[in-house]
Design a protein around this ligand. Sequence first.
Ligand SMILES: Cc1cc2nc3c(=O)[nH]c(=O)nc-3n(C[C@H](O)[C@H](O)[C@H](O)COP(=O)(O)OP(=O)(O)OC[C@H]3O[C@@H](n4cnc5c(N)ncnc54)[C@H](O)[C@@H]3O)c2cc1C
Length: 383
Amino acid sequence: MLWFEERPNVAAPRPEESGLRLEVRRFLDGECKAGGFVPRPNNWVAFDRAFSIRCAEQGYVGTTLPKQYGGGGKSARERLVICEEMLAAGAPLGSHWIADRQSAPQILRHGSEALRARLLPEIAAGRCTFAIGMSEPDSGSDLSSIRTAARKVDGGWRLDGRKVWTTNAHHADYMIVLCRTAPRGEDRYAGLSQLVVEVASDGVTVRPIRNLAGEHELNEVIFEGAFVPDDNLLGEGGDGWRLVNEELGFERSGPDRFLSTYPVLRLLVAETGKDPNRYQAVAIGQLLSRLLAVRSLSHSIADLLANGERVILAATMMKDIGTALEQEIPQVAGRLLEIHPDPHGSGFAAALAAALLNAPSFTIRGGTREILKGIVARELGLR
Ligand SMILES: Cc1cc2nc3c(=O)[nH]c(=O)nc-3n(C[C@H](O)[C@H](O)[C@H](O)COP(=O)(O)OP(=O)(O)OC[C@H]3O[C@@H](n4cnc5c(N)ncnc54)[C@H](O)[C@@H]3O)c2cc1C
């Protein structure tokens, strides 16, 4: 199914993007045929560092980073094309995804020059994995109530506390940790900071949490007096609330918020063949039309972001609509075919099982639906 190609008027791709799209697609076809990866849903979490390094060699990681830091110096739109193709192919992106999507832009905008020079070239080379250190056992939706804290010491900070649900922390080299650097006062949003923590440091312990599919993807991370050098503070210190919200902006409106189960849709179309029955044709058509609408919205937001415009309302709505759709795709696919989900099987059965077991988390990670609706209401002036 080539819906990116067949509807060139949707989201108005520019001529140079078609060439890039075909180039990325050829690379991914070659990798897949050579056994470099097996397509799977929820693939932006699947970890394979060797694959990420091969992607980086093609210029598909750190694409928008400036050349002086080893990046490609390309546009956000070109990065979007690469990301869409990688996600649609079901390639394992977990080793570089978080670093490429949010940690690198965050370090570029708010990191010290020493930090930028040290980490950005490693990220662009696909050799550096990042994790997101926001949620804590009693603070997920309400991040301002976090208790992880850093106290100032000679040359840096000592960090104590606990993070939870940390995706791929067991593979990560670094984690951007939201912590309290000043006691909580009347303004609960003041006194927070973001620190870039080396996961291999003394005083950092990573413990596994198994998900519904029995996979080890999530972790608990404990900090016991871990030392973080001054250079690893993002921003001015104390402005962590603003920074963390900027970081969430990178998380919410990209194609990973509606393409997590696209590999299932692709296999569904392959299984129903060229002659689907009427019920199958209508259901697949409905999914595809919704996918195209969400994709159009995502592209529009990417353009607004590139122009430096405020996108909170649109990005929040997009995540809500996109994750609801990617959650629904395996449900519909499971009803359309007489193939049962099988985590130990192959092809459609295995992809369907992985998608069904992972789908409940799509509307929790990156902000729950209730929280997103609250943000939309606030942005519309309704509360
Ligand atoms: C697969 C997965 C990966 C994740 N990866 C990471 C990661 O890498 N790093 C990281 O920091 N976090 C990660 N998270 C954590 C995620 O961001 C949180 O789970 C999420 O923000 C919700 O927080 P919580 O689990 O503490 O639930 P809570 O905040 O306790 O919410 C529980 C329920 O109450 C509702 N609720 C809470 N407050 C309100 C309110 N004010 N109004 C209405 N309803 C409300 C919520 O919608 C939810 O239904 C991940 C989560 C998942 C599922």
